[in-house]
Design a protein around this ligand. Sequence first.
Ligand code: AMP
Ligand code: ZN
Length: 496
Amino acid sequence: MPDLKLFNSLTREIETFQPVHPGEARVYTCGPTVYNYPHIGNMRAYVFADILGRTLSYKGYNLTHIINITDVGHLTDDADAGEDKMEKMAAEKAQSIWDIAKHYTEAYWADVKALNIREPAKWSVATDYIDEMIAFAEGIADKHCYELESGLYFDVSTVEDYGRLARAQTEEGESRIGDVEGKRNAADFAIWRKTPPGEKRQMEWDSPWGKGAPGWHLECSVMGEKLLGFPFDIHTGGIDHREIHHPNEIAQNQAFCGCGGLDVATHSGAKIWMHNNFLVERSGKMSKSSGEFLRLQLLIDKGFHPLAYRMMCLQAHYRSELEFSWEGLEAALTRLKRMVMAVEKLREASPREGGDLHQDGERPPPARELTHPKFRPAFDKFDAAIGDDLNTPIALTALEDALATKKVDLAIKRAVVEKMDAVLGLDLFGLSREDLRIRPKTAEITEAEIEDALARRKAARAEKDFATSDAIRDELAAKGVEVMDGDPLGWEWKLG
Ligand code: AMP
Ligand code: ZN
């Protein structure tokens, strides 16, 4: 199978994936801070990580994927200023942080499931690794850290190439230096934050530097090292992490390894660093405080199937900005529906025996279906696209080419489509066209009532009683139901 090429943000180059451990792929993804619901922009980051994981499985690597849950340490400003996001929300809601974390972790998992994102090997929860974080910090403190009244700080001038990932000079961020008195460099950051004297935090632990809590950057370094070992293969996150969070993780990792500069990428702790670009709103960056907070649940309430949003994500390359619009979402839904309709014809065909994704690290010979001359062009296009830095927009067109291939054995066609969908994760064989019908939560009429009215209308038309048929149509229209006779997508009706 051809190589897998990925864009490494650290080198700013496309590189051929070569695993650290033969046959294996170890991936760490920065997970959510569970102080609030994720917005759909956050979920784009996990759809991207899922496509990466599925592609690695498809290419024959035995995947170990870790996604963390940040339940402590992330401040309102990534660059080490402000309050702990979790403490702040808990105070606002007058609830315990543990309850806040549980509620929003579960909400996040619901979105993960709805978007058909595969479960990682482990959800690593930051507060489960406090002892390891303290041990890691103790190991680097002498050479790389200094203590101030507010905490233990990492001195970024003690490692080579600080900020290379962000392509930033250490002087950048000058504005940050005033945040904490005594900081040696603007970019220095707290790896342990002491609880101020006289205060009590809901989450605090004893440490050699006094009671306090770990810094956010420390968490990911520690969980990455503990669960995957340095160096591991790929570290992912949203593009904002390229600027502060990941450069800081890298600095800690260099300190931990006692290794040199970043000309050797593995000194950073991972071989490849990958970042998805933002989902934006027309007005600019997506935010949890902006007017209509775009949660996946809002899309569902407006009647959209969540996988339409997954389709929307796949239609853009992960490194491009993607602008959200309701029209765009509706177009993505229609495209998904066309695919599901084409797949309906394949459902009856007997599937090929044996699974497609191999977990044992062996690369099996290409299956008979994939070398079938009729499907060769579509399959080669698919394979080249997904191997070309996860080019999902082209991979989708290859899937459509396969679906449009005529005069072929349906079992073979089914096997090809299943193989492609195992990478894209659109659940084409699990969805029906009814699942994809637009159904706003606020609809004044139930589906059973609509079906009943449509049956009466059909009977009236059969009797050539067009007056009754038109009256029923108007009745439905008054309740927001658009009757779509002869709709090529077989939708028959739509709730507006
Ligand atoms: P957070 O919960 O704030 O730590 O963010 C979770 C993930 O979402 C991180 O990988 C962020 O980089 C990513 N992210 C935040 N905003 C967006 C956005 N608008 N589009 C895509 N990814 C985002
Ligand atoms: Zn992280």
